[in-house]
Write a protein that binds this ligand. Sequence first.
Ligand code: ADP
Length: 199
Amino acid sequence: MTLIIGLTGGIASGKSTISNYFSSLGLVVIDADVEARLAVEKGEPAYREIVAHFGSGILLEDGSLNRARLGEIVFSDEKQRAVLNGIVHPEVRNRMNAKQEEAVKAGSPAVILDIPLLFENKLDATVEKTVLVYVEKDTQIQRLMDRNALSLEQAQLRVAAQMPLEEKRVLADRIIDNNGTVEDSQAQAFQILHDWKVL
Ligand code: ADP
């Protein structure tokens, strides 16, 4: 039996840090961001829809998407964000489903679906268990500024555009408190897998 686990967090909450740890344990991790990037590669159906809606101004010279430009547009405009999500998410789902099926067929003890918008898009209904990587807001903003070289205002804007982690806490089956060290968070992650008899 393969346990299907949804892993989520907020921007810079430490989700990638934890999903890398799960990978290092030999578990199958399917990353929605990676699949989203593949889904919008030049020539893909989602790419064509995005260009049709947002215009060729969101393309780089080589014809690939200017992700930074697109990011600017959708981070500051909820409607445009919804349009982009409506184009990209179904494609991402298809890709993730295919990889999940592969892992189930191969008899993997668990599949980790790394999905930033797990709760927002009600994808928690598609997994058996959910794990939230949680961090307090001040630490989240500081780590985001450090990682992405953003100003305080830019980091605050990105965090404010998301569902608060406090709201996600209530929805998750288990929480990894990532306010401490990475090692401490890894230990929490290991314990969860142990409790769920994955390891
Ligand atoms: P996410 O995938 O949720 O956006 P990351 O895993 O990239 O978050 O973590 C955000 C930033 O914070 C990264 O630069 C990462 O190295 C750092 N980080 C993550 N967890 C910790 C921690 N426990 N202590 C210190 N820095 C951390």
